[in-house]
Design a protein around this ligand. Sequence first.
Ligand code: AMP
Ligand code: ZN
Length: 291
Amino acid sequence: MDSDVRIDLHSHSVASDGTDTPAELVTLAAAAGLDVLAITDHDTTDGWAPAAAARPAGLTLIRGAEFSTQIAAGDRMVSVHLLGYLFDPADAAVVAEQTRLREERRRRGMAMVQRMAADGLPISGGQVMRIADGAPVGRPHIGQALIESGVVESVDEAFASLLGGPHGYYLPKADTDLATAVRLVTAAGGAAVLAHPRGRGEALALRPAVIGELAQAGLVGIEVDHPDHPAAARAELAAIAAAYGLLSTGSSDYHGHNKTLTIGQETTRPDQLVRLVERTSGVTPVLGELS
Ligand code: AMP
Ligand code: ZN
């Protein structure tokens, strides 16, 4: 792959909590000058087929998902997202765990909405389920309901005031143990990469030695360049990756208008993607002309 190939390895569609359809996502990626895009919806692979069907000829599509996981830090559980790339979507253990995670998202989302409604906020569970439209329920869907009902003006405002934990109406969910999720993705032929390990409180749990243990469990890489990472965090993560022989990735974590960032805003070096793909045997990249 040429070194000027542009690669974004983390994006969301309406199959989870983004606002572009999978078809719009791949079209947008190509229009933004990307050569490779990974679709990584939360806890589902439902966007894979429509994204592959609508893929512009020049774009390579990496099929992935973002798994909801947790790890202990002292007596606290810390939420960590794990990107799984090119795993077998029919793997029985993956199917079972993604099904459980989606049910857990629905249960937790409805419990948050119930608490808001009990305090007089004009939103309902039915409204949030309509907005999610079959996708795994996420806080951005609740944020959209709050916009629709005139409570807030943006999803960012909803997170800052009502949805962000541990304040407001945030409730945790029973996510997969992180090391178990790394093994799950790996056993299904995928490559496991820690998503934004210095994004929102993960640093408490993901100390360098812990990341080293995850590498032993099969972790392939860490998302070093992410919009939520300040320069110092990127430098620290690059050093951790080098120390444990992990790949470094970069990605936008694009969510459409649920978040104020641009697709392709952060990118992955081609040599890192080549090595990542070499570690997989679940499904292949859907190739564009450049590959
Ligand atoms: P949940 O997965 O339901 O806990 O919701 C968290 C998801 O909301 C993460 O994937 C975030 O990327 C996404 N999100 C969208 N907008 C925001 C925001 N303004 N602040 C924090 N997270 C956000
Ligand atoms: Zn994400």
